[in-house]
Design a protein around this ligand. Sequence first.
Ligand code: PLP
Length: 396
Amino acid sequence: MEIYADNAATTKMSKTARDAMINCMDEYYGNPSSLYTIGQLAAARLSAARETVAACINASPKEIYFTSGGSEADNQAIISAAEFGRKKNKKHIVSTAFEHHAVLHTLMKLERQGFEVTYLDVHENGVVTADEVNAAIREDTILVTIMYANNEIGTIQPIKEIGAVCRERGVWFHTDAVQAAGHINIDVAGQNIDMLSISAHKFHGPKGIGALYARKGVPLTNIIEGGAQEKGKRAGTENLPAIVSMAAALKEACGNIETNAEKITALREKLIEGLKKIPHSRLNGDRYIRLPGTVNFCFEGIEGESLLLLLDAKGISASSGSACTSGSLDPSHVLLSLGLPHEVAHGSLRLSINEFNTDEEMEYIIKSVSEVVEYLRNMSPVWEDLTTGKKEFYFE
Ligand SMILES: *Cc1c(COP(=O)(O)O)cnc(C)c1O
């Protein structure tokens, strides 16, 4: 069996997205900045895509800026707020310890430039509260940046409540919604969001394209200099086939959010129930405040990397930590932020499923993971220490 269960890393393009991309390549090859008809036909496709993306998150088309993906959108949002803060002498930012590296590394760069960042601790269930955000905001705070849903464990943050706190305190609120867009409903106006990042390849669109929503009145700083595209905030000839394809993918995903969520949640519950039966294991993050399709488990006494290789041999594509950190031996910063010890955080497995997975596949995954965990434990010195009482188990 071949089972793709790593949709939080990237998704397969949908037929809708692929067809939209090819049609655009064939028919709308003009440069949207050109004045002749072929250029203007392309410009019309660009505007239509902007309207579609805006409608999916309840924004105005004027508030949508196309970028090369989620990472660029995160960088631009945070740098824009920092530039504005510099002028107002406000150099404090509030975030969390379990953001994506596109956010964390941008914040670290700003810290080297004299900004101060408060990284809120995440509760054991993988959620922060609006009260904690409120308590961390200071006179000199310019921005709060907190992800909508976590890419490793799938937990969802109380975005509307955090947005309300930020609005009340006069602080900008950015959220990295890359895992949320197309999977759960987003309403930037109703949730008091000032800036929001999305990326097409996480909702069956193409890779290398994303968007930054910036509420009217939030001044963006361009991080790519050059032409006047995207109202002068992001230079470079627009990647129209990818933009049009992203819009088609987002529209399709948002149109199916309820039906997909219901179907995927049922599969996820089956998966969680099955994996829970493995002794000395634990589901990471809140049982229910999570994305429909993301499941992350720790199994004591094993290494996540070995688990992945053996699962791959059984046809299952999954992930340990995040794709960006595989290849490094450091345990996931997300799992550490939940308070898990290094050794336990090493034995993690992320399965991220979608609407194309089946019940039968869940059964196969449960059976395969159970077998592989047992096999690895039988040859693990750490497991031996645990079973002989030299070390204590962390989970029951
Ligand atoms: C994938 C991801 C990103 C990066 O998006 P790219 O389009 O791959 O640059 C950022 N944040 C989160 C939460 C993600 O899951």
